[in-house]
Design a protein around this ligand. Structure first.
Ligand code: SAM
Length: 306
């Protein structure tokens, strides 16, 4: 497991706290209705799926309808897709879910993984691919498209080909879409400049945007042929309790500080604050169990016209 996969696994508990439960409930209802109206399996495409934490969450939270589910998990990084089966197996090892290996469905994918719960059979097909390319080229009409913590990394001009993979009446769910605010606390004099530079780095990456959440909301609001069912904040708040961080959240924070360090190191503009001082200050606070981290994000759920 690389550092990034450990980060994704640590992130799961933070996302769990943050995801808007009203939207989760709405999505559960829509999927149940869809399953009743469908003869075959309910088909889900998750893009930017990482190591599969949304799959395990969906089972734990009874998000998926009873019956047969086909879940395609696409990520551009082969290392994430390679780690996905192990993540599912480890997660299932102390639960009432059995895991088996399914068939190798196409040449571009590895073996599928079959999760059997008391009510559903979920066949997870891991695929290494670029999200928009995959959504644009797939022959499958999906009932649900999921992109968690991803839409701030994609070019939102590509929304039409992305949504084009949905069947009439299908839903999209884009939770944890970054939306313009990063805060580290306690306050440090360099905070505003570090935040500005960090966001500027996001804006310069191809397809990246530090304002993706509200941009996505505005675009989906105007999208012909569908409607938004709900939008809500899903801010991350990572804080110590009694001087310590729960689970692997200290690792999550150390990864975030490393991401800020790398991002600012890649900028070609002059950095007028003492970044080394800021970073060592933040890392000392992390070691002492004093660092607080907040970000603003949006969850958006919608449906294509039937
Ligand atoms: C912030 S991570 C979120 C992962 C996962 N959705 C989660 O919440 O744990 C973003 C993921 O999207 C993947 N990714 C980034 N750009 C992508 C693209 N254009 N197509 C497919 N996957 C992409 C990355 O490899 C990474 O796994």
């Amino acid at each position: 497991m690389t550092n990034f996969q450990r980060y994704l696994r640590a992130k799961r508990a933070i996302d769990d706290r943050s995801l808007d439960r009203r939207l989760v409930g709405l999505l559960r209802d829509r999927l149940a209705t869809r399953a009743q109206a469908t003869d075959g399996p309910v088909r889900i495409l998750e893009i930017g799926a990482g190591v599969g934490t949304m799959v395990t969450r969906a089972v734990e939270w009874d998000l998926l309808p009873a019956g047969e589910i086909h879940y395609t998990a696409v990520d551009i990084e082969a290392a994430n897709i390679d780690a996905l089966p192990r993540h599912l197996r480890e997660w299932a090892s102390d639960r009432d879910t059995t895991v088996s290996t399914g068939e190798d469905t196409t040449a571009s994918t590895g073996d599928s993984i079959v999760l059997d719960t008391s009510e559903s059979q979920i066949t997870v097909e891991p695929v290494v691919a670029e999200a928009v390319d995959y959504a644009d080229q797939t022959a499958t009409a999906y009932d649900l498209l999921v992109g968690a913590a991803l839409l701030d990394l994609l070019d939102l001009d590509q929304l039409d080909p992305l949504l084009g993979c949905l069947a009439p009446g299908g839903c999209y769910y884009f939770p944890i879409t970054f939306d313009g605010a990063t805060r580290f606390r306690p306050a440090h004099p360099a905070d505003s400049e570090v935040e500005r530079l960090y966001h500027s780095h996001m804006d310069r990456k191809p397809g990246g945007s530090s304002q993706a959440g509200d941009d996505l909301l505005a675009r989906l609001q105007q999208h012909d042929g569908g409607s938004i069912l709900g939008a809500a904040g899903s801010d991350w708040i990572v804080r110590p309790a009694d001087g310590a961080y729960p689970d692997d959240e200290a690792y999550f924070l150390s990864h975030i500080l490393g991401t800020v360090e790398t991002a600012l190191g890649e900028l070609d503009e002059e950095i007028t604050v003492d970044l080394d001082d800021w970073l060592s200050h933040r890392r000392d606070q992390l070691d002492a169990g004093e660092l607080i981290y907040l970000t603003h994000q949006l969850d958006i759920l919608g449906q294509i016209d039937g």
